[in-house]
Structures are given as structure tokens and as C-alpha cells.
Design a protein around this ligand. Structure first.
Ligand code: SAM
Ligand code: SF4
Length: 516
């Protein structure tokens, strides 16, 4: 960082790589695009997507029999066809919409049981060589203060995240820059896993799963991340609509290459990183097109690799420094549409995890719980070095973060809200550490087997958090929820119950990190 304020990171890249073309050559490997696009039409076939939407618009509205057939397929945990997702988009009848919502929640419960997993974002760096029109981190945005966390600073952030708040899962986020590429990402992951801290109760706690949101990478680089234990690899396509993509991502940047980005997960799965997280940045283009395109993306991964997305994220545009795109885009969506997107996503890819982040306001996030989402972040701070600078207080500074958060509730507040709804908060990271990932977890999710592990590990990890971090009031509120879940395990999973109870008692006595 010395001698470089990263004001214009496109020039940084050129200095490190001699030319921008050299940089693009290192990070865009044409053969690692072509091999996934050579057998037939592109898996994001715009003409076919528009046709599916048009046919659904012209079909009889609110055809209950057709909708129920589609819902039966969702209940059987089968990914919908593009035309089926398009048909659900057209439903306006309140009674049918209610049936869709009830089905979404029932599916979520059968696949993931009665739990919501929680995590926190950790922004590692914001220098960036790209110039995405909607993002505060884009190169040349002089309003943004640039920073790359040192490993000591990563540890300081984790002191707060794991030691004060009690998080066990992170999504680590990076700008795209030669100073923060694969080796840096790998080092931050290693550092995060290695750093153990004391909880207020004196137990030893730490981060157990590091998911990553970063630029697409070549296969060799993804293998390096696999080796250091990356969790889910998230890359948001932003928009699947090529013309819009080209307008927002200049052609002379790495991110300007649509096909390099849209094949990011094909490379990840080939490299053995088998949990991948899709997402669209809603508000950049027509949401109906984006939703059907997401299904096409998921289906191509299933077809080629037998594994679909581990998660779907549904970020939408938020205000950011130095750009008016987030406030002037003609495709911005309202809260009701946002919820509809969540609902139809759950029905369309029934086995997948769905993440709704603190970009959304508390009312929307609360409502989405009823549509079958599986993950919520909380106590989030997206300023670079924000956790250690502001302790666990909620504080936002537009010039050191990518956009502005709408839900600033603490983890304890979110947990209390969920407990009032009868939902248990899970800190489980066991699936990944027991090899229940990729194709193996896909089968377990589809057959409902994973749900029982979700339930057991939710109870064990929630017990840890309640004992280590909860205030007496929150603890009192949550005890009935955890007791009810334990009773359900005794009733419905009698084979497992004795070992669960034995683990549970050991946790109550101060042991940590026991899982199934
Ligand atoms: N730089 C990498 C990339 O773009 O893929 C990874 C990290 S980027 C910081 C994470 C995501 O933030 C982007 O993929 C984009 O969807 C989202 N984002 C950017 N600007 C945003 C905004 N104004 N509001 C909401 N989300 C935004
Ligand atoms: Fe850079 Fe990612 Fe922001 Fe684009 S979205 S400017 S690639 S940080």
C-alpha cells in the first residue's frame, strides 16, 4: 500500500502487468470459457428466455391446475423449467399466491428444517481495477478511501466478529486487483481459520467457515482456494442481459467479459470447489428476465456437473458513493416485487439455500423468512476495517464502504426476532467439515436427509452461542425454542437423540465445536 493510494486502480494493474491487455490475459483464459460453451446454444439463451416470458404472459392468467402441477414439482425438490418459472411470475390471484407461499415455506422446512443460518460479511479490500457503473469501489472513484487489510487487521476484525458478536461464518469480500488476488485471498482465509479468540464466557471460539465473494478466477487459482478450505464461492452475475451488462461494465476491463463471468462456477466445480453461490444484482435490468436466466444458469450446472447452486443471493441495488445508477436505474424494484422474487426463487430451485442480506430493510428481511429463505447476516459492517474501528456498534461511512446497509440490527436482535417466530438460529458449519458438500449434499438436501443434521447442529451451535454471548433476556426468550427442538429430536430422531443429548450436555459444561 505504501506510496499507492489506489485512486486509479486500473493504472495500478497496468503498472504491475505492463499493460491492461496483459492483466486481462492473466485473468481471462479463453480456453476456460470456450470449453463450457461449445456444445449447442449458450446456456443463457436470451431469445429463449424472452420467448418463455412472452408465452407465459399470453397463457390464461391464474390457471390454478397448471400452477398446482408446478408446485407439485417444487415439492418433489425438482428444479423448474424456465417456462414453469415464467408461469409462476404471472400469478396475481391472492389465493394462488398464498398457496405458493405456503408451499415455499413447507419446502424450506422439509429441506432445511426450522432453522436460519447466520453469518457476517468481512470486507478485506476495496481497490479495484474494474469500473462497474453502480459500485462505490470502481476504479477512478475519488470519493472512496482505499484500503487492503493486513493479516493483523484481519485478526482484529475477527476479534470482534468471533469474540464479541459470536459469528462462526464469514463471507469474505474483495475488490478485483493484482494486490489482492489469489495469494492474498488464500492468505486471508488461512488467517481467518487460524485465529482463535476468547468469548465473554472464556471459551475458545473462532471462524469455522469462510465463504468468498470475489472476481471469477482461472481453474488453477480456484484449486489454491480449495486447498485452503474455501466454503462457498460466490460470484454475482449482476445482470444476465448482455446489452445491459456491456453498458455497465466497460469492455476494456476484466469484468467487461460477460462469458468469463458467467462460466465462473463451471471452472469452480471443475476445480473441486463444489459449493457455488449464484446471484443477480436486482435493479439493473428487468427482474423477470433475470429470474428466468438464473434458473437457466442453475440448470446448466446441474446438467454438466450434477450439482446446482449451493446458494442463491438476491442482492438489490443500494445507494453507493460517486454514482447515481442505484437511484436512477429504470429497473429498480419495490419491496413487494423483491419478496416475489424470493418466493419464486425458492419454488424454482427448491434445494438451494437463499440468502437475503442487510442491504434489505428489516421489514423485508422479516417477511422473507416466511418465504423460505435460509440465511441472514446480522451485526454487519461493510466498512473496510469497520468491525475493529467501531467495535460492535452500528456505524456507516459511505466513503469507506461499497454501498449503504438498510438493516443495522445486531445479531442478538435478529436472533430474538427469529426466536419470537419460533425459529432457531444456526451457526452450523458442519456440512462442509464433514464432507457434506457438492453432489453429496445435493442428494442429502433433495431427500430431506440433510434436514435432520441441520436440526441437530442448529441445536448444538445455538446452545454454544446462547451460553457464550446472549444477554439474560435473550437467553430466557430462546430457551423454549431450543427445548422444543430438543424434544422434537427425541421424538422424531430417537436413534440420534442419546448422542445429541450427550454432546449438548458437554457443550453446557463448556466444551465447544461438537457436531454431527
Ligand atoms: N469485486 C468482485 C465482483 O464484483 O465480483 C466481488 C466483490 S463485489 C465487492 C460484491 C458484489 O457487490 C458485486 O458482485 C455486486 O453485485 C454487489 N454490489 C456492487 N455495487 C452494489 C450496490 N450499489 N448495491 C448493492 N450491491 C452492490
Ligand atoms: Fe470492483 Fe466488484 Fe465493485 Fe465491480 S462490483 S467495481 S468488480 S468491487
Amino acid at each position: 500500500m505504501k506510496g499507492n493510494d489506489h485512486t486509479d486502480c486500473a493504472s495500478c494493474a497496468i503498472r504491475r502487468f505492463e499493460s491492461a491487455a496483459d492483466y486481462r490475459k492473466r485473468f481471462i483464459v479463453q480456453d476456460q470459457i470456450d470449453r463450457y460453451l461449445s456444445d449447442g446454444p449458450h446456456f443463457i439463451d436470451e431469445t429463449a428466455i424472452f420467448a418463455a416470458l412472452e408465452n407465459a404472459r399470453n397463457a390464461p392468467a391464474n390457471d390454478a391446475a397448471r400452477v398446482r402441477d408446478i408446485l407439485a414439482k417444487s415439492r418433489a425438490i425438482e428444479t423448474l423449467l424456465p417456462e414453469e418459472t415464467a408461469a409462476l411470475i404471472q400469478v396475481t390471484d391472492p389465493a394462488l399466491l398464498q398457496e405458493m407461499a405456503d408451499t415455499a415455506l413447507a419446502i424450506k422446512k422439509s429441506v432445511y428444517d426450522n432453522r436460519i443460518v447466520t453469518f457476517a460479511p468481512l470486507y478485506m479490500s476495496n481497490p479495484c481495477v474494474n469500473r462497474c457503473a453502480y459500485c462505490g469501489f470502481r476504479a477512478g472513484n475519488a470519493e472512496q478511501k482505499r484500503r487492503i487489510l493486513t493479516m493483523d487487521e484481519v485478526r482484529q476484525e475477527i476479534d470482534v466478529l468471533a469474540g464479541t458478536i459470536g459469528h462462526k461464518r464469514l463471507i469474505a469480500v474483495y475488490g478485483e486487483h493484482p494486490d489482492t488476488s489469489t495469494e492474498y485471498i488464500a492468505e486471508t482465509i488461512r488467517t481467518a481459520y487460524a485465529h482463535q479468540v476468547k468469548s465473554p464466557r472464556g471459551t475458545t471460539v473462532g471462524i469455522r467457515r469462510v465463504n468468498v465473494n470475489a472476481a471469477p478466477l482461472p481453474i488453477e487459482d480456484l484449486r489454491v482456494l480449495k486447498q485452503v478450505g474455501i466454503g462457498t464461492f460466490q460470484v454475482f452475475q449482476e445482470t444476465y442481459h448482455r446489452e445491459t451488462y456491456a453498458r455497465l461494465h466497460p469492455a476494456d476491463t476484466v469484468k467487461g467479459n460477460y462469458d468469463w463471468r458467467v462460466t465462473a462456477f463451471h471452472r469452480a466445480l471443475e476445480a473441486g470447489v463444489d459449493d457455488v453461490g449464484l446471484g443477480v444484482l436486482y435493479g439493473l435490468y428487468d427482474w423477470q428476465f433475470e429470474l428466468v436466466a438464473t434458473i437457466c444458469h442453475a440448470r446448466d450446472l446441474e446438467r454438466r456437473f450434477g450439482i446446482g447452486p449451493h446458494t442463491l443471493s438476491v442482492p438489490r441495488l443500494e445507494p453507493a458513493s460517486g454514482t447515481d445508477v442505484p437511484t436512477t436505474s429504470p429497473y429498480l424494484i419495490d419491496d413487494a416485487t423483491f419478496r416475489r422474487i424470493v418466493l419464486i426463487s425458492r419454488l424454482s430451485v427448491p434445494y438451494t439455500g437463499i440468502i437475503v442480506t442487510c442491504r434489505e430493510n428489516p421489514e423485508s428481511r422479516n417477511a422473507c423468512v416466511g418465504y423460505g429463505i435460509t440465511q441472514l447476516d446480522a451485526s454487519s459492517n461493510i466498512a473496510i476495517k469497520g468491525y475493529s474501528d467501531f467495535a460492535s456498534e452500528q456505524h456507516q461511512e459511505k466513503d469507506r464502504q461499497q454501498f449503504v446497509l438498510s438493516d443495522t440490527r445486531t445479531l442478538e436482535q435478529v436472533i430474538a426476532y427469529l426466536a419470537q417466530c419460533g425459529i432457531i438460529t444456526s451457526f452450523c458449519t458442519a456440512g462442509y467439515r464433514c464432507g457434506r458438500t457438492g453432489g453429496c449434499i445435493m442428494d442429502a438436501l433433495k431427500t430431506g436427509k440433510e434436514g435432520k443434521f441441520c436440526k441437530i447442529n442448529a441445536v448444538l451451535t445455538f446452545r454454544e452461542w446462547l451460553d457464550d454471548f446472549a444477554s439474560p433476556a435473550t437467553k430466557a426468550l430462546c430457551e423454549p425454542v431450543i427445548n422444543r427442538e430438543l424434544a422434537e429430536i427425541e421424538r422424531h430422531l430417537p436413534k440420534f437423540h442419546p448422542t445429541v443429548k450427550e454432546h449438548y450436555d458437554r457443550i453446557c459444561n463448556g466444551e465447544r465445536d461438537l457436531f454431527f
